[in-house]
Design a protein. Structure first.
Length: 210
C-alpha cells in the first residue's frame, strides 16, 4: 500500500469539480481497493455512471454518487463514527456529491460539517467503495448510494461536536462492540486504520500535496 497523498485544508486537490463526472470516474478507477468484491463493485459503479450522466445529482432518482470519510486518529488507532439522524445508525461521515465530481472534496466537506472538527486531512486515492440502499421517505423514493470512501486523518482537534444531521459522535477503539466483527463497517474501519498506519509511518510513496 504505497502512493498515497495527504491533502490538507486549502489544497488544490480539494477544489470542487462542478458537474465533472469524468473526474468522479477517474477517482473511482484509481481507488486503492482490495479484493475481488471491491473490484466488482467498482465495475458496477462505473457502469452506472456510464448509463446515468446525472449520477452526481440527487435528481438521478435511481441512485447517485456520494463521498464518505473514515476519520482516524493514527496515534490511537481510534475511528470517529457519527450517529446518523435520518438512518438512526452509527456510520462514518458522508453525504451527497450534489454535482461535485471531486469525491475527495465531498468526503472532506461532509466530515468537516458532520463532526465540527478543524484541520482534517484527506488521503487520496480512496480506499473503499460501496453501493447500498437508502429506504424510501416522504418525497423521496428508495434509491442507491454509490459511495466512494476516503481515509481522513484527524488533526490536534479531537472534540467532535456534530451538527443537525447527527445525534452524537464517538471515538471507537479497535474491537468496540459498536462495530460488529465481520460486518461491512468493521471491514471498512479495519482497512482505514491499516492505511493510516502506512501513511503516517512515512512508508515509501507517501507524499503531501500543498
Amino acid at each position: 500500500m504505497t502512493g498515497f497523498d495527504v491533502l490538507a485544508p486549502g489544497s488544490t486537490g480539494l477544489m470542487p469539480a462542478d458537474d465533472d463526472l469524468d473526474e468522479a470516474r477517474l477517482q473511482i478507477r484509481t481507488a486503492a481497493l482490495v479484493g475481488i468484491a471491491q473490484q466488482r463493485t467498482r465495475a458496477d459503479v462505473l457502469a452506472f455512471c456510464d448509463a446515468h450522466p446525472d449520477a452526481l445529482h440527487r435528481s438521478c432518482v435511481e441512485g447517485h454518487l456520494t463521498g464518505s470519510a473514515v476519520v482516524v486518529d493514527p496515534a490511537t488507532s481510534q475511528t470517529l463514527l457519527i450517529h446518523h439522524a435520518k438512518l438512526d445508525r452509527w456510520l462514518q461521515p458522508g453525504g451527497h456529491a450534489d454535482g461535485d465530481g471531486n469525491l475527495a472534496a465531498v468526503a472532506w466537506r461532509e466530515a468537516t460539517e458532520e463532526t465540527g472538527l478543524e484541520g482534517l486531512q484527506v488521503v487520496v486515492p480512496a480506499i473503499d467503495i460501496d453501493v447500498h440502499g437508502i429506504p424510501a421517505r416522504p418525497g423521496e423514493p428508495e434509491h442507491a448510494h454509490l459511495d466512494l470512501r476516503h481515509l481522513v486523518l484527524v488533526g490536534p482537534d479531537r472534540a467532535a461536536v456534530g451538527n443537525h444531521e447527527t445525534l452524537g459522535a464517538r471515538w471507537l477503539t479497535p474491537g468496540d462492540p459498536a462495530v460488529s466483527a465481520g460486518s461491512e463497517l468493521s471491514r471498512l474501519v479495519t482497512r482505514a486504520v491499516e492505511v493510516a498506519a502506512v501513511v503516517t509511518g512515512a512508508a515509501p510513496g507517501r507524499r503531501r500535496r500543498p
